[in-house]
Ligand binder design. Sequence first.
Ligand SMILES: NC(=O)c1ccc[n+]([C@@H]2O[C@H](COP(=O)([O-])OP(=O)(O)OC[C@H]3O[C@@H](n4cnc5c(N)ncnc54)[C@H](O)[C@@H]3O)[C@@H](O)[C@H]2O)c1
Length: 248
Amino acid sequence: MNEAPAAVITGAARGIGAACAHSFDAAGWGVVLVDRDPDALAATAAACSERALTLTGDVTRRDDNEAAVRLANERFGRLDAVVANAGVNLARPIEETSDADIDRLLDVNLRAVIYLAQAARVSLARTSGSMVVMASKTGLVAQPDSPLYCASKGAAIQLARALALDWAADGIRVNAVCPGIVETPMLEEFFSQLPDPERSREEFEHAQPLGRLARPSECAAAALFLASAAASFITGVALPVDGGFTAQ
Ligand SMILES: NC(=O)c1ccc[n+]([C@@H]2O[C@H](COP(=O)([O-])OP(=O)(O)OC[C@H]3O[C@@H](n4cnc5c(N)ncnc54)[C@H](O)[C@@H]3O)[C@@H](O)[C@H]2O)c1
């Protein structure tokens, strides 16, 4: 087995996933970066070391999750962590939520996490590795006007906790990161749909106890910590990275 650890990171083309790619790579990990956007994925990889590998794929497909795990094993000889980061947002009242919305949200935010867990389990058992689920503070405390998103993230957190119990005997740790509001393209898209994006941004900033929004690198730091040996006795945790929001 190679000495350097290796990770699969989904949704790595931009936002928090790209920050995870940079953080894990900078810490010496081999990374397999997965996203459905090949151009942005290539840009993320270009900012990493030459070790970094990319896989254009759709995380809602079982095959693509299995391919990512296979690539890590083939090229790095091991798999020490998977970061289930790819996710989609939906700010829509339940009365206006369509069947297509339900499928998209649950497929990306929950089904894909299940597929990655299934694909990675045997490999993670070999290394006593870990899984990190990029959930959300909205899985811990509800926020208005996003019922399906909140439900999908709450389910992802409970999946992580349940797997932490089921996989503990194999030495595999499973944890969730629960970001607050993070400066990413997803957030920009959300603000752009509001009547007064600048005003909304200021209101969101003031609503955070630390008085600002999170940087993607701050969520990546939490994911890297949870995946690393420094967190060797931490499993089943849902770690808020939310500037104190859920402490209120
Ligand atoms: N930005 C926030 O404020 C915030 C807050 C809490 C939690 N989160 C969560 O953090 C994670 C990352 O969020 P972000 O803000 O960086 O999002 P983002 O939209 O900026 O980036 C998400 C990435 O995931 C990829 N992706 C989406 N669906 C995919 C699919 N089916 N297959 C492959 N790739 C796919 C996209 O192409 C994109 O590159 C998500 O799970 C999100 O729900 C974000």
